[in-house]
Design a protein around this ligand. Structure first.
Ligand code: 0A1
Ligand code: ZN
Length: 884
């Protein structure tokens, strides 16, 4: 069909805005069906910008314009023009006041951008370009404005009226309406604007800042949820303290408000003084939320709070700089979470996630640099690359500088750019100046897409005791970037002796040997050779310790060496990584050779790991070691993904562990029983993780006593972590072993939790992820369930997302039914919520990784989508790039 292709926006075309808006006074007459917005904007010509055609361009979409006035003169239609996405006011003066009145329709807003309805409340989401759906404005982050807001609404339906900044008065009018006024003293870009109105209950606390200011803290939720806010509040206070101690950053307004909403496209939003959260990242009680949910809340609450400095006080000049705030803020929340629990385990989780999500993105059709060069729809660029790889790029700089100089660098950044909209280049320059180092080559990490591969080879000279390590780096080409330059890569290396102890890592030419331990090498060239001296025997290298850079390392380890590293490496991360590599290798062998038995040596190694479960063991770390790589990660390691082979091999290996290590696994269950008193300490979470990993293996080869244990754990309902772990085992088990226990448990779970949407999401998700052959039918049936709706993103992710991303076996069924199902849902969703529709496309962007039959089937669905008239830019961009 004919389609005008949407424009591509390029970084190189950046120009400063022609006009600035110093002040905005907004008045909202709030209603669910219809809201009137009156805006008074103080505009002036930007002295730093070139003069244009003399007209003023204001962004605006889905607005009904009622009136426009310039310096108190209502403009006749000849003096302005209304376009689909803008209001153009002709020949404006250099400085003036513009007043507009518009109508918007929140209840019709299913895209959840701008002002929309969630449950019974009204709320906003303005990042990235949602403010233009509220009023006409220059909706770009380098226009920073002082906002004051008046909210008028029915006092009974909307007793709580919130906006950014500080409250400056509230009055009830005679007609049953009330007005609340808010004033934000900090100039901010429009994407940080927020208002909320509803019948909400507050859970409140206080925080005393470094300089002794008392700040009230409120978490607003629907009244039935006030008993689920403790953990979020605790996390918030811990984050506020941590940012003072670690970065010297203090909170700056008279109040800090959080609102939890049930309909939200992403995790949460850092609006100045009024963070709006997906309820999933606020609400938790031990009986409703898993340990993972609790950790997610801690991380996201901290993330949004940290944005107050990294994002709000200092913001992005343009959306290409998104990682300036996101990469840095993710780095900050990761470090915060590491300080709250086990640093080693947190690092493993973060790297697991980077490898699962960012590496494939970097190797696929949507690959882009941490600072992209172009986009069609910015909402498609809230990616693992911008967030998680961006965080790794900040972490590398922090490590290159060391803690003191990095703190000097961030101090300089905050001091120099407070109140400004800046670039990643500004950030790097601060690190360079404060660290007194040259980061010119390092900057390539921001501009070059793709995951670098380090091919390592070594040799040992027994006569001289010299060990040489040769490292070749190359980055595969990515769309639009065919030449790649060598990067500066911090590469942490250790050398182990035969007993597993760290050796001194002494470079040839150095007169003194350093203390045994890790050495940070700086790679800069395409090929580098390092010779280490003073060695009596050939060492075992431990490479990329702590995952010192977001790269792929290839080194021809033997199984014996990996087993050795798994047992002895002083670097906890690499002990885990050696275990992973060993499992990946074995699983790929089992995929290739379906009748190959599981080698005894492997089972013995797992058995030895299980024996480490003693009094002072780190159970959480052990649980990570025992977790087999996921089916999709295994697929990423193959030239052509063998969907069925991978599932079979992984099940085979898990069953072998469950059978052959039965006694050791039962021992784990015994030693790690849940105490009567629930406890959220890292140690208690570690015990639960380990016990449930053991239960998972035992349930792969279930005897009646094990099934009974599993059922008892489910029924005891002690906490959601244990309930879900048991339920998952029962649902996935073959009915031959468990009878109808899986069905019964699902029914019981539904009856218990039908009215709690976040828990019910788990019920949908578990069924969508089941490996049972009838899963797609079941998922199709669930689309008709009275509790299913396409208008709630959490529900869509729980059912459709979980099936497409979390169930490779059934989604990639070779009859193509999974692909057809997903494409149908995407086409239904696109007119409602393009952001969510676009995100669901992800598993289909990877079509080139599959066999020819599946490739053709996925491509056919992508082509079918592309044919559809009126596709959103969001979906168009991902589909066309995937096919391109
Ligand atoms: N800035 C938020 C994430 C966010 C981004 C876009 C949104 O709507 C399109 C909503 C939230 C964060 O990093 O937490
Ligand atoms: Zn963020």
């Amino acid at each position: 069909m004919y389609r005008t292709t949407p424009p591509v926006i390029h970084l190189k075309d950046y120009r400063p805005p022609e006009f600035l808006i110093d002040r905005a006074a907004l008045h909202f007459d709030l209603g669910l069906e219809e809201t009137a917005v009156h805006a008074e904007l103080d505009l002036r010509r930007n002295p730093a910008a070139k003069r244009g055609d003399g007209d003023l361009y204001l962004d605006g979409e889905h607005l009904e314009l009622l009136e426009v006035a310039l310096d108190d003169r209502t403009l006749p239609p000849a003096e302005y023009e209304i376009r689909e996405d803008a209001l153009v006011v002709h020949r404006v003066p250099d400085r003036f006041r513009l007043r507009t009145r518009v109508l918007i329709r929140p209840a019709d807003n299913t895209a959840l951008e701008g002002l929309y309805v969630s449950g019974d409340m009204l709320c906003t989401q303005c990042e990235a370009e949602g403010f233009r759906r509220i009023t006409y404005f220059i909706d770009r982050p380098d226009v920073m404005t002082r906002f004051s807001v008046a909210l008028a609404a029915d006092a009974e339906r909307f007793p709580v009226l919130l906006a950014n900044g500080n409250p400056v008065g509230e009055e009830t009018l005679e007609d049953g309406r009330k007005v609340a006024r808010w004033d934000d003293p900090f100039p901010k870009p429009s994407y940080l604007f927020a208002v909320v109105a509803g019948d909400l209950a507050a859970v409140s606390d206080r925080f005393t800042t470094l300089s002794g200011r008392e700040v009230p803290l409120n978490i607003y939720v629907e009244p039935e949820n006030t008993d689920k806010c403790d953990h979020a509040m605790r996390s918030l206070k811990a984050a506020m303290r941590w940012d003072e101690e670690r970065y010297g950053r203090e909170y700056d307004l008279d109040v800090f408000n959080i609102v939890a909403v049930s309909h939200f496209n992403m995790g949460a939003m850092e609006n100045k003084g009024l963070n709006v959260f997906n309820a999933k990242y606020i609400l938790a009680r031990p009986d409703t939320a898993t340990d993972m949910d609790f950790a997610g809340i801690e991380g996201v609450v901290a993330h949004e709070y940290f944005h107050n400095w990294t994002g709000n006080r200092i913001t992005c000049r343009d959306w290409f700089q998104l990682s300036l705030k996101e990469g840095f803020t993710v780095y900050r929340d990761q470090e915060f979470s590491a300080d709250q629990s086990s640093r080693g385990v947190k690092r493993i989780e973060d790297v697991r996630m980077l490898r699962a999500r960012q590496f494939p993105e970097d190797a696929g059709p949507m690959a882009h640099p941490v600072r992209p060069d172009s986009y069609i729809e910015i909402n498609n660029f809230y990616t693992a690359t911008v967030y998680e790889k961006g965080a790794e790029v900040v972490r590398m700089q922090a490590n290159l500088l060391g803690p003191e100089r990095f703190r000097k660098g961030t101090d300089l950044y905050f001091e120099r750019f407070d109140g400004q909209a800046v670039t990643t280049e500004d950030f790097v320059r601060c690190m360079e100046e404060a660290g007194d180092i040259d980061l010119s080559q390092f900057r390539r990490w921001y501009a070059q897409a793709g995951t670098p591969v380090l091919e390592c080879a070594d040799s040992f000279d027994a006569h001289t005791g010299a060990y040489t390590l040769e490292i070749r780096q190359h980055t595969p080409t990515t769309p639009g970037q065919s030449t790649k330059l060598p990067l500066q890569i911090p590469f942490a290396v250790g050398l182990l002796d035969a007993a597993g102890a760290d050796l001194p890592v002494q470079l040839d030419g150095e007169t003194e040997a350093p203390a045994p331990g890790t050495r940070m090498l700086a790679l800069r060239e395409a090929v580098e050779r390092f010779t280490f001296v003073g060695l009596d025997a050939e060492p075992v290298p431990s490479l990329l310790r702590g995952f010192s850079a977001p790269v792929i390392v290839r080194y021809p380890y033997t199984d014996a060496q990996l087993t050795f590293l798994m047992a002895h490496d002083s670097d906890g991360f690499n002990r885990w990584d050696a275990a992973q590599s060993l499992s990946v290798r074995l699983l790929l062998e089992l995929v290739a050779e379906s009748d190959k038995p599981v080698p005894e040596a492997y089972i013995e190694a797992v058995g030895r790991a299980l024996k480490q479960d003693d009094a002072d063991a780190d159970q959480a770390l052990l649980a990570e070691v025992l977790t087999l790589p996921s089916e999709s990660y295994l697929g990423d390691q193959m030239t052509v993904v063998d969907v069925d082979g991978i599932h079979r091999a992984r099940e085979q290996l898990a069953a072998a562990i469950g059978e052959q290590l039965r006694d050791a696994l039962l021992g784990v269950l015994e030693r790690n029983q849940e105490p009567v008193e629930y406890d959220l300490s890292p140690a208690a979470m570690g015990r639960r993780a380990l016990r449930n990993a053991a239960l998972g293996y035992l349930m792969r080869a279930p005897t009646p006593d094990i099934v009974e244990r599993c059922r008892a754990q489910f029924e005891a309902g002690h906490n959601m972590t244990d309930v879900i772990a048991a339920l998952r085992c029962l649902v996935d088990a073959d009915p031959e072993h468990v009878g109808d226990a899986g069905e019964q448990a699902l029914t019981a779970f539904y009856q218990r939790w039908a009215e709690d949407p976040l828990v019910l999401d788990k019920w949908f998700g578990l069924q969508a992820q089941s490996s049972r052959p009838d899963t797609l039918e079941r998922v199709e049936g669930l689309l008709e369930h009275p509790k299913f709706t396409l208008t709630n993103p959490n529900r869509v992710r729980a059912l459709i997302g979980a099936f497409a991303v979390g169930n490779p076996l059934r989604f990639h069924a070779v009859d193509g039914a999974g692909y057809r199902f997903l494409a149908d849902r995407i086409l239904e969703l696109d007119p409602l919520n393009p952001q969510i529709a676009s995100r669901l496309l992800y598993p289909m962007t990877r079509w080139r990784r599959y066999d020819e039959i599946r490739q053709a089937l996925i491509r056919a669905q992508l082509e079918r989508i592309l044919e559809v008239e009126g596709l959103s830019n969001d979906v168009y961009e991902v589909v066309s790039k995937s096919l391109g």
